[in-house]
Design a protein around this ligand. Structure first.
Ligand SMILES: N[C@@H](CCC(=O)N[C@@H](CS)C(=O)NCC(=O)O)C(=O)O
Length: 266
Protein backbone atom coordinates (compact mmCIF):
# COMPACT_ATOMS: atom_id res chain seq x y z
CA UNK A 1 0.00 0.00 0.00
CA UNK A 2 1.38 3.38 -0.91
CA UNK A 3 2.10 6.19 1.49
CA UNK A 4 -0.38 9.05 1.69
CA UNK A 5 0.43 12.55 2.81
CA UNK A 6 -2.57 14.48 4.08
CA UNK A 7 -1.63 18.08 3.64
CA UNK A 8 -2.48 21.54 2.38
CA UNK A 9 -0.15 23.66 0.25
CA UNK A 10 -0.76 26.76 2.40
CA UNK A 11 0.66 24.99 5.43
CA UNK A 12 4.31 25.50 6.30
CA UNK A 13 4.81 22.13 8.12
CA UNK A 14 3.00 20.35 5.27
CA UNK A 15 5.33 21.85 2.72
CA UNK A 16 8.40 20.76 4.73
CA UNK A 17 7.23 17.17 4.93
CA UNK A 18 6.21 17.15 1.26
CA UNK A 19 9.53 18.63 0.15
CA UNK A 20 11.34 15.95 2.12
CA UNK A 21 9.36 13.24 0.30
CA UNK A 22 10.05 14.81 -3.09
CA UNK A 23 13.74 15.48 -2.49
CA UNK A 24 14.23 11.90 -1.38
CA UNK A 25 12.24 10.51 -4.31
CA UNK A 26 9.88 8.61 -2.04
CA UNK A 27 6.67 7.64 -3.77
CA UNK A 28 3.54 8.96 -2.11
CA UNK A 29 -0.02 9.94 -2.79
CA UNK A 30 -1.01 13.59 -2.34
CA UNK A 31 -4.17 13.93 -0.31
CA UNK A 32 -5.14 17.56 0.09
CA UNK A 33 -7.21 18.30 3.18
CA UNK A 34 -9.09 21.51 2.63
CA UNK A 35 -8.31 23.26 5.89
CA UNK A 36 -10.26 26.29 4.71
CA UNK A 37 -13.35 24.24 5.56
CA UNK A 38 -14.23 22.60 8.82
CA UNK A 39 -13.34 19.10 7.58
CA UNK A 40 -10.47 18.71 10.02
CA UNK A 41 -12.42 20.24 12.88
CA UNK A 42 -14.78 17.30 12.69
CA UNK A 43 -14.63 14.52 15.24
CA UNK A 44 -14.56 11.75 12.60
CA UNK A 45 -11.44 13.30 11.05
CA UNK A 46 -9.79 13.56 14.46
CA UNK A 47 -10.71 9.99 15.34
CA UNK A 48 -9.44 8.65 12.05
CA UNK A 49 -6.27 10.68 11.64
CA UNK A 50 -5.15 13.10 14.31
CA UNK A 51 -6.80 14.21 17.55
CA UNK A 52 -5.48 17.75 17.07
CA UNK A 53 -7.12 18.00 13.64
CA UNK A 54 -3.91 19.32 12.14
CA UNK A 55 -2.04 18.47 8.98
CA UNK A 56 0.45 17.18 7.82
CA UNK A 57 -0.40 13.56 8.52
CA UNK A 58 1.42 10.65 6.97
CA UNK A 59 -0.67 7.54 6.50
CA UNK A 60 1.34 4.36 6.14
CA UNK A 61 -1.02 1.40 6.38
CA UNK A 62 -2.56 1.56 9.84
CA UNK A 63 0.01 3.99 11.09
CA UNK A 64 -0.63 7.72 11.29
CA UNK A 65 2.35 9.97 11.85
CA UNK A 66 1.60 13.61 12.54
CA UNK A 67 3.92 16.49 13.44
CA UNK A 68 6.07 17.36 10.46
CA UNK A 69 9.44 16.64 12.06
CA UNK A 70 8.24 13.22 13.23
CA UNK A 71 7.11 12.51 9.66
CA UNK A 72 10.54 13.48 8.32
CA UNK A 73 12.31 11.32 10.87
CA UNK A 74 10.06 8.34 10.22
CA UNK A 75 10.62 8.55 6.47
CA UNK A 76 14.33 9.08 6.95
CA UNK A 77 14.60 5.93 8.96
CA UNK A 78 12.24 3.82 6.88
CA UNK A 79 13.78 4.73 3.52
CA UNK A 80 17.37 5.09 4.77
CA UNK A 81 17.68 8.58 3.31
CA UNK A 82 21.06 10.33 3.19
CA UNK A 83 22.26 10.99 6.72
CA UNK A 84 22.73 14.74 6.30
CA UNK A 85 18.96 15.20 6.66
CA UNK A 86 18.98 14.27 10.33
CA UNK A 87 22.74 14.32 11.05
CA UNK A 88 25.52 11.86 10.40
CA UNK A 89 27.44 12.46 13.63
CA UNK A 90 26.34 12.61 17.24
CA UNK A 91 27.08 16.32 17.32
CA UNK A 92 25.13 17.06 14.13
CA UNK A 93 22.18 15.04 15.37
CA UNK A 94 22.23 16.97 18.65
CA UNK A 95 22.25 20.27 16.80
CA UNK A 96 19.42 19.28 14.48
CA UNK A 97 17.33 18.00 17.39
CA UNK A 98 17.99 21.22 19.21
CA UNK A 99 16.94 23.26 16.20
CA UNK A 100 13.70 21.46 15.47
CA UNK A 101 12.63 21.66 19.10
CA UNK A 102 13.52 25.34 19.21
CA UNK A 103 11.79 26.09 15.92
CA UNK A 104 8.50 24.53 17.11
CA UNK A 105 7.88 27.23 19.68
CA UNK A 106 9.63 30.14 17.97
CA UNK A 107 9.69 30.36 14.18
CA UNK A 108 6.58 28.16 13.89
CA UNK A 109 4.58 30.45 16.14
CA UNK A 110 6.02 33.47 14.35
CA UNK A 111 3.85 32.14 11.51
CA UNK A 112 1.11 34.02 13.34
CA UNK A 113 2.42 37.22 11.73
CA UNK A 114 1.39 35.77 8.36
CA UNK A 115 -1.74 34.00 9.49
CA UNK A 116 -3.36 36.91 11.31
CA UNK A 117 -2.46 39.34 8.54
CA UNK A 118 -3.51 37.34 5.48
CA UNK A 119 -5.88 34.53 6.44
CA UNK A 120 -7.62 35.64 9.63
CA UNK A 121 -9.63 38.47 8.05
CA UNK A 122 -11.02 35.95 5.54
CA UNK A 123 -11.93 33.57 8.35
CA UNK A 124 -13.38 35.88 10.97
CA UNK A 125 -14.35 38.91 8.95
CA UNK A 126 -12.58 41.89 7.42
CA UNK A 127 -14.02 44.17 10.09
CA UNK A 128 -12.29 42.41 13.02
CA UNK A 129 -9.23 43.81 14.70
CA UNK A 130 -6.31 41.38 14.89
CA UNK A 131 -3.78 43.83 16.22
CA UNK A 132 -3.04 41.77 19.34
CA UNK A 133 -2.51 38.56 17.37
CA UNK A 134 -0.37 40.24 14.77
CA UNK A 135 1.77 41.90 17.42
CA UNK A 136 2.31 38.57 19.12
CA UNK A 137 3.25 36.96 15.77
CA UNK A 138 5.71 39.68 14.80
CA UNK A 139 7.26 39.72 18.24
CA UNK A 140 7.98 35.99 18.18
CA UNK A 141 9.08 36.11 14.55
CA UNK A 142 11.56 38.93 15.06
CA UNK A 143 13.01 37.38 18.20
CA UNK A 144 13.44 34.12 16.31
CA UNK A 145 15.09 35.88 13.37
CA UNK A 146 17.57 37.45 15.74
CA UNK A 147 18.73 34.03 16.87
CA UNK A 148 18.63 32.56 13.40
CA UNK A 149 20.88 35.33 12.12
CA UNK A 150 23.30 35.56 15.00
CA UNK A 151 23.40 32.02 16.31
CA UNK A 152 22.17 29.31 13.95
CA UNK A 153 23.50 30.83 10.75
CA UNK A 154 26.47 32.58 12.35
CA UNK A 155 29.18 30.31 11.03
CA UNK A 156 27.52 28.03 8.56
CA UNK A 157 25.68 28.02 5.29
CA UNK A 158 22.77 25.95 6.58
CA UNK A 159 21.03 26.27 9.92
CA UNK A 160 22.75 23.22 11.41
CA UNK A 161 26.09 23.15 9.64
CA UNK A 162 27.57 22.85 6.18
CA UNK A 163 24.94 20.50 4.79
CA UNK A 164 21.23 20.81 4.27
CA UNK A 165 19.11 19.11 6.92
CA UNK A 166 15.44 18.73 7.74
CA UNK A 167 15.87 21.74 10.04
CA UNK A 168 16.40 23.92 6.96
CA UNK A 169 13.19 22.69 5.36
CA UNK A 170 11.16 23.35 8.50
CA UNK A 171 12.54 26.86 8.93
CA UNK A 172 12.50 27.68 5.22
CA UNK A 173 8.79 27.08 4.77
CA UNK A 174 7.99 29.53 7.54
CA UNK A 175 9.78 32.18 5.48
CA UNK A 176 8.05 31.07 2.27
CA UNK A 177 4.74 32.12 3.81
CA UNK A 178 6.15 35.40 5.05
CA UNK A 179 7.73 36.05 1.67
CA UNK A 180 4.55 35.24 -0.26
CA UNK A 181 2.55 37.53 2.02
CA UNK A 182 5.20 40.28 2.01
CA UNK A 183 5.07 40.10 5.78
CA UNK A 184 8.68 40.96 6.57
CA UNK A 185 9.50 44.56 5.65
CA UNK A 186 12.55 45.10 3.39
CA UNK A 187 14.28 46.95 6.22
CA UNK A 188 14.01 43.87 8.43
CA UNK A 189 15.31 41.52 5.72
CA UNK A 190 18.22 43.95 5.21
CA UNK A 191 19.16 43.68 8.88
CA UNK A 192 19.43 39.90 8.45
CA UNK A 193 21.84 39.31 5.56
CA UNK A 194 22.55 35.71 6.57
CA UNK A 195 18.90 34.78 6.66
CA UNK A 196 18.43 36.54 3.31
CA UNK A 197 21.28 34.59 1.67
CA UNK A 198 20.12 31.29 3.18
CA UNK A 199 16.52 31.94 2.09
CA UNK A 200 17.65 32.63 -1.50
CA UNK A 201 19.75 29.47 -1.51
CA UNK A 202 16.88 27.37 -0.17
CA UNK A 203 14.44 28.96 -2.64
CA UNK A 204 16.67 27.79 -5.49
CA UNK A 205 16.31 24.12 -4.55
CA UNK A 206 14.66 22.33 -7.47
CA UNK A 207 11.79 20.89 -5.41
CA UNK A 208 10.77 24.28 -4.12
CA UNK A 209 8.66 25.29 -7.12
CA UNK A 210 6.48 22.18 -6.90
CA UNK A 211 6.05 22.64 -3.16
CA UNK A 212 5.68 26.42 -2.79
CA UNK A 213 4.20 27.48 -6.15
CA UNK A 214 0.61 27.33 -4.90
CA UNK A 215 1.40 29.54 -1.95
CA UNK A 216 3.05 32.28 -4.00
CA UNK A 217 0.38 32.26 -6.71
CA UNK A 218 -2.60 32.16 -4.36
CA UNK A 219 -1.36 34.74 -1.90
CA UNK A 220 -0.42 37.11 -4.75
CA UNK A 221 -4.02 36.90 -6.02
CA UNK A 222 -5.43 37.39 -2.53
CA UNK A 223 -3.24 40.44 -1.97
CA UNK A 224 -4.18 41.91 -5.34
CA UNK A 225 -7.82 41.56 -4.36
CA UNK A 226 -8.39 39.13 -7.25
CA UNK A 227 -9.28 36.25 -5.04
CA UNK A 228 -10.88 35.66 -1.69
CA UNK A 229 -10.41 32.33 0.00
CA UNK A 230 -13.80 31.39 1.39
CA UNK A 231 -13.21 29.92 4.83
CA UNK A 232 -16.05 28.00 6.40
CA UNK A 233 -14.22 27.10 9.59
CA UNK A 234 -14.07 28.89 12.88
CA UNK A 235 -10.94 27.95 14.77
CA UNK A 236 -7.46 29.24 14.22
CA UNK A 237 -5.59 27.55 11.40
CA UNK A 238 -2.37 28.16 13.27
CA UNK A 239 -3.19 27.02 16.74
CA UNK A 240 -1.06 28.42 19.50
CA UNK A 241 -0.85 31.85 17.90
CA UNK A 242 -4.14 33.15 19.24
CA UNK A 243 -3.91 36.10 21.59
CA UNK A 244 -6.67 34.49 23.63
CA UNK A 245 -7.45 30.88 24.21
CA UNK A 246 -5.73 27.59 23.84
CA UNK A 247 -4.09 25.31 21.39
CA UNK A 248 -5.53 21.94 20.52
CA UNK A 249 -9.02 22.88 21.55
CA UNK A 250 -8.94 25.37 18.72
CA UNK A 251 -10.54 28.09 20.72
CA UNK A 252 -11.65 30.81 18.35
CA UNK A 253 -10.25 34.28 18.46
CA UNK A 254 -13.43 35.91 19.58
CA UNK A 255 -13.30 34.86 23.22
CA UNK A 256 -16.45 32.85 22.74
CA UNK A 257 -15.05 30.09 24.90
CA UNK A 258 -13.63 32.15 27.67
CA UNK A 259 -15.11 29.82 30.23
CA UNK A 260 -12.92 26.97 28.98
CA UNK A 261 -10.40 27.17 31.84
CA UNK A 262 -13.23 27.25 34.36
CA UNK A 263 -14.76 24.22 32.66
CA UNK A 264 -11.50 22.27 32.90
CA UNK A 265 -10.94 23.33 36.50
CA UNK A 266 -14.44 22.54 37.61
N1 LIG B 1 3.10 21.07 15.11
C1 LIG B 1 2.47 20.74 13.85
C2 LIG B 1 1.73 21.96 13.36
C3 LIG B 1 0.87 21.69 12.18
C4 LIG B 1 0.00 22.87 11.82
O1 LIG B 1 0.17 23.99 12.34
N2 LIG B 1 -0.94 22.61 10.91
C5 LIG B 1 -1.94 23.61 10.58
C6 LIG B 1 -1.73 24.15 9.17
S1 LIG B 1 -0.30 25.16 9.10
C7 LIG B 1 -3.31 22.99 10.57
O2 LIG B 1 -3.47 21.83 10.28
N3 LIG B 1 -4.30 23.80 10.88
C8 LIG B 1 -5.67 23.40 10.85
C9 LIG B 1 -6.24 23.20 12.21
O3 LIG B 1 -5.53 23.35 13.20
O4 LIG B 1 -7.42 22.89 12.27
C10 LIG B 1 3.53 20.29 12.85
O5 LIG B 1 4.64 20.80 12.93
O6 LIG B 1 3.25 19.44 12.00
Amino acid sequence: MSLRLLHHPASQPCRSARQFLIENEIEFEDDIVDITTNINERQDFRDEYNPTGQVPILVDGDLRVWENVAIGRYLHEKYECPSHWFGSTLVQRARINQFVQWYAYTLRLGGGAFHWTIFAPMIYGMDKDFTAERRKGFHVLYESMELLENYWLKEDKYVCGGEVSYADLAAFHEFVSHDAGNIIPDKVWAKHPKITAWFKMMSARPANEAVSGWQYETIAKVMAGEMKVEFTRRTAVLKGTEAHGGHNTGIPHLDENQDYIAQVES
